[in-house]
Design a binder for this molecule. Sequence first.
Ligand SMILES: O=C(O)CCC(=O)C(=O)O
Length: 314
Amino acid sequence: MKPLYSNGIELSVDADALGELEDSSAYLEDEAALRAKMEAQGYLFFRGLIDTAVILEAREEILMKFAIIGEIDPEFPINDAIYGGGQAIHQVNLRAFSRSVRDGIAYRRVVLDESLLKLHEKLLGGKVRAFDFRWPRFARPGEGCGVHCDGPYLTRGTDRIYSSWIPLGDVAREEGALMILERGPQHHPLLKHYLAKDADRDGLQWLGNPRELRQRFDTRWLTTDFRAGDVLCFAMDTVHAALDNKSPIGRCRLSSDSRYQLASEPLDERWNGPDPPAHGRDKVFFPGLGSWNNKDFQDEWKTVDRQGRLVIDR
Ligand SMILES: O=C(O)CCC(=O)C(=O)O
């Protein structure tokens, strides 16, 4: 197996350190089994839950927009997503750009896909709604995402929420797949204080070094080679991170995070409404471009000026 890295740290690929995500497709019609598995594992993984054509349309829609700002090399087909250097990102209105990606019609079809909504209805036991905000991610070669749980970022309204990570195209593990930390007896004792935090109020950092963390929890990182149509759904207290994108051909990884809750429960005001305020009107969801150790969300959220242009002190 090729070496795998997360946050610049090489991970052990030994069988006691790295495993495969378990496919739960066989339980799709069994509500009780789905809930029991989610409770036990903290995640549910489904191969081919969403029609591949729906995913590929969203991929094309989003990559076209990244190509316009120079993030994709024009020498190659846009859908190959070969990194192009991003020459224009300092000139454009990134606030408008990120909104146009988030609110694209083809992308919306993925987030509101019927089989995805039905799955969440089974898990939550009623009519569900997706958060109005969504998190499409373009991970350039070398980029990844730090270790964290979603709870501290999303649960001001209710903590009965599930996240779905959806690859918008095939994502081999070495091209930046998501990984989940397997649950073990140390899970809740070690996370008790962290899970009680609110990321905006408490200024959270990533949970730390993915190799040491796994050893401390004494479990395995779980991942797979994702294919277009797969869905990885997980709970608010599930520890996860991305593998670094080490694409041998310089391909950028495109994926989506969307979140679902019961329609009847209170909403987290940061992520819902016609124009959600998120982490503040002066910040835009635009992960990557370097590492700032997530202080004030800078790894993922970039400060922009009044024209929506990127303001970063390198
Ligand atoms: O796709 C990624 O790199 C990370 C996604 C994630 O962990 C999240 O948004 O919670």
